[in-house]
Write a protein that binds this ligand. Structure first.
Ligand SMILES: *Cc1c(COP(=O)(O)O)cnc(C)c1O
Length: 497
């Protein structure tokens, strides 16, 4: 396969390199990159090599999942990428992250079989009812462990339009040494999302509602992030989707779902993935590169189809705010895909100089690049390259989502959320071109998106017992203007307590 495997000579140690590395011998260990965001050169960290799994390993993983459960499988998978946390500690981390109590089911990621060759993989049974819990729960445990080891504390500062913020707060809540400051656009999240975040009563979780839109919140976070002195003084950190540990945590459920939908290692499955920042599907790509029997990775977008365009044409064109639509699958409303650089780097055969050029000067000057600008060798012919990596793409519209929610409800008695509907629509469209069973990834529970469900089905979705009455609970949120100074003042005051 083109683009793999990569550099060798690390003596079996797991090393991480930046996608923009000038000197690929400059590497870091897992715990060295755990608490960081971007690499110092502005790139994203990737493992220097993807560990390869053989038949015996896959069989062992199947037995592990079936006899010891998800946390034990997670431990085996992530161990391949983490060699600087003792094994027994790492097992404890996985066991605390993936409990039946938090995920409401011993399976953690259960499946629903709609037909012989169509499944739903449920990733949204965690505390915030979105798939981001799959990564964030592990990240919370890893952060607490590493901060404890270093005797440090961390103030996480972030902006959210809904799912990431609540997922991060539920993951970090109660962890010693961690505070969360989260900015939300006032009045712009769904009532359920607001209730989820603002009902948290914990002095280490500080919610702020900004008089503005999501981009304003993000700008505030960015402006504070650029103040190195403030950042250092208050030990400001992030839980961005580009954090490698989040991607790694997600690799586990691709393995688990493959096991649940097959009988043995010779069988492959495909995944249909509702995509925004390319974090979820990147984990599928990593699993596939390791040798997990994955056939196709179907990338589904909504109307904000920057990535569909790329996989069809090779042109990656970042959109402006004005060109980014607010849709009924809001967690996929992206103008650029923050994790995408990792995949492009693989596609370019780990040509980090070209990756640096395309994602650095070319993107900032032109706002776009065509993949052939950087490289003609690794990516020609284009369709074949896309096929080599298993990718297929498609997009859907609001009307498609509504129709798909109706169709799945009528045919199978299952209610899916609007993001899952995007993936389902594209999966159904591509079904005849795919020779293996398709697992559609469910990324949120319908209860989070009542309005769209009512539009589709004429009635609200069932509220799972654990969320009953959530909208009536007391709320704590600080209302602020669209002004970074107010955020700084709140951080200063809180840290002085
Ligand atoms: C974040 C999110 C997505 C998009 O996932 P990416 O990893 O950003 O591609 C899809 N659906 C839901 C419900 C989400 O919260």
């Amino acid at each position: 396969m083109k683009g793999a495997p990569f550099a060798t000579g690390y003596d079996g140690a797991m090393r991480y390199v930046s996608t923009r590395a000038q000197d690929p011998t400059q590497t870091a260990s897992f715990t060295e990159i755990l608490l960081e965001g971007l690499a110092p050169d502005g790139g994203l960290y990737l493992p220097a090599e993807y560990p390869q799994v053989d038949r015996a390993t896959l069989d062992d993983w199947r037995t592990t999942l079936n006899t010891q459960g998800y946390a034990a499988l997670a431990h085996k998978v992530v161990s391949l990428y983490i060699d600087d946390i003792p094994g027994s500690d790492l097992l404890g981390i996985c066991q605390r992250a993936y409990t039946e109590e938090k995920f409401g089911t011993p399976d953690i990621v259960p499946t629903t079989r709609l037909s012989n060759d169509l499944f739903i993989g449920h990733l949204s049974n965690g505390p915030s009812a979105a798939f981001k819990d799959m990564a964030m729960q592990l990240l919370g445990e890893l952060f607490a462990y590493e901060l404890g080891r270093q005797g440090r504390s961390l103030n996480i500062l972030g902006a959210t339009s809904g799912d990431t913020g609540s997922s991060a707060e539920y993951a970090m809540m109660g962890k010693p040494g961690v505070r969360v400051f989260m900015l939300t656009p006032a009045g712009r999240m769904t009532p359920f999302q607001q209730a989820q975040m603002f009902s948290i009563q914990d002095p280490a979780i500080i919610n702020m509602a900004v008089d503005g839109v999501f981009d304003d919140c993000q700008d505030i976070v960015k402006s504070i992030g650029q103040d190195a002195a403030f950042k250092a003084k208050y030990s400001i950190g992030a839980v961005n989707s580009i954090n490698w540990a989040r991607v790694l945590a997600q690799v586990v459920y691709y393995v688990a779902l493959w096991i649940r939908c097959t009988d043995e290692a010779t069988q492959k499955v495909s995944f249909s993935v509702p995509t925004g920042n390319f974090g979820n599907i990147l984990a599928g790509h990593v699993a596939r590169m390791m040798g997990v029997p994955i056939d196709r990775l179907i990338l589904a977008t909504n109307e904000n189809n920057v990535l569909e365009d790329f996989f069809k044409t090779g042109l990656y064109k970042v959109r402006s705010r004005e060109e980014t639509w607010a849709t009924s699958s809001p967690s996929m409303d992206i103008s650029k895909a923050s994790n995408f650089e990792r995949f492009v780097c693989d596609m370019l055969g780990r040509d980090t100089a070209t990756t640096a050029k395309l994602f650095g000067p070319t993107l900032s000057k032109a706002g776009s690049f065509h993949i052939s600008e950087g490289d003609t060798q690794n990516v020609q012919p284009w369709e074949e390259t896309v096929g080599t990596y298993g990718f297929m793409t498609g997009s859907s519209t609001h009307a498609d989502r509504i129709a798909t929610i109706q169709e799945i409800h009528t045919n199978f008695g299952v209610t899916i959320d609007p993001h899952t509907a995007d993936a389902m629509r594209v999966a159904l469209n591509q079904h005849k071109h795919v020779k293996t069973p398709i697992v559609v990834l469910e990324t949120a529970l319908p209860v989070k998106f009542q309005e769209t469900i009512v539009e589709a089905l004429g009635a609200p979705p069932v509220t799972p017992a654990r969320f009953e009455g959530i909208e009536d609970r007391p709320r704590t949120v600080i209302n602020i203007d669209n002004d970074p100074h107010q955020v700084r003042a709140i951080i200063e005051k809180t840290c002085a307590r």
